[in-house]
Design a binder for this molecule. Structure first.
Ligand code: PEP
Length: 258
């Protein structure tokens, strides 16, 4: 039996409105009610809808968690437009994404800024889903491991061994996110294994055996089971398919049955 409890997160990105976010939240509760003992679930709605989703989840007493897609690393102050860890915590969040490829490559966040966010998220008592992944050019140049290792080494700088309990790593090859292209289960497994090896080197084998490494990049109901059956893949971060209740439910069930 797998010792690590799978984690499946739905990253809604900059999608939904007040009405569709509410109905998606209700749909996720209905679709996933029977599988909570086998899989940890979270949704990452846009920030304006965190409180709405939080109140729906509270009223339904669901175990599905709520996460924020982004935070700023400073606790408060003159940072117009930014949102702190304490603010998303107040809105009911237990998880936060850091280092998502869209924030690295569209917004331009550096490894160092991502590390500051990772440390702020953990210091604020929340779990950080640290996303890493190589671009297509980097993969074709044979730099997959080098890029992921650099993003992880810097992303986890000054994160102690005990704090690793509050880290989930998401391997998300940039060329597979939102493109319909998925890493094969073998490609993903090879990278996950190498990431777990790095965690053993940076911390201990025990930390490496416990940390969950999830896969993201065009996961769908049709490919979820083959990805999640790999020994080092502990669930998924789901973008496009998380906006469809039925697909997200099927993906979560695929993780629950591993
Ligand atoms: C993501 O946003 O993290 C993601 C993996 O997106 P998609 O599933 O659409 O590729």
């Amino acid at each position: 039996m797998r010792e690590r409890r799978p984690f499946v997160g739905g990253n809604w990105k900059m999608n939904t409105n007040a009405e569709s976010a509410s109905s998606l939240a209700r749909g996720v509760v209905d679709a996933c009610e029977s599988i909570h003992s086998a899989v940890e679930l979270a949704v990452f709605p846009p920030a304006p809808y965190l409180l709405t989703v939080s109140s729906i989840f509270r009223s339904r007493s669901t175990s599905t968690k709520i996460g924020a897609q982004n935070v700023f690393h400073q606790p408060d102050g003159a940072y117009t437009g930014e949102i702190s860890v304490a603010m998303v915590s107040d809105c009911g969040c237990s998880h936060v994404l850091a280092g998502h490829s869209e924030r690295r490559h569209v917004i331009g966040e550096s490894d160092e800024l991502i590390n500051a966010k990772v440390r702020a998220i953990i210091a604020g008592g929340l779990t950080c889903v640290l996303c890493v992944g190589e671009t297509l050019d980097q993969r074709e140049a044979g730099q997959t491991d080098e890029v992921n290792q650099r993003q992880i080494r810097t992303g986890l700088a000054d994160v102690g061994q005990r704090e690793m309990e509050h880290i989930i790593i998401a391997y998300e090859p940039v060329w597979a996110i939102g493109t319909g292209k998925t890493a094969t289960p073998e490609q993903a497994q090879a990278t996950h294994k190498s990431i777990r090896g790095l965690i053993a080197e940076l911390y201990t084998q025990e930390v490496a055996d416990r940390v969950r490494i999830i896969y993201g990049g065009s996961v769908k109901p049709s490919n979820a089971a083959s990805l999640f059956s790999q020994p080092d893949i502990d669930g998924g971060l789901i973008g496009g398919a998380s906006l469809k209740v039925e697909d997200f439910g099927l993906i979560a069930k695929a993780a629950a049955s591993e």
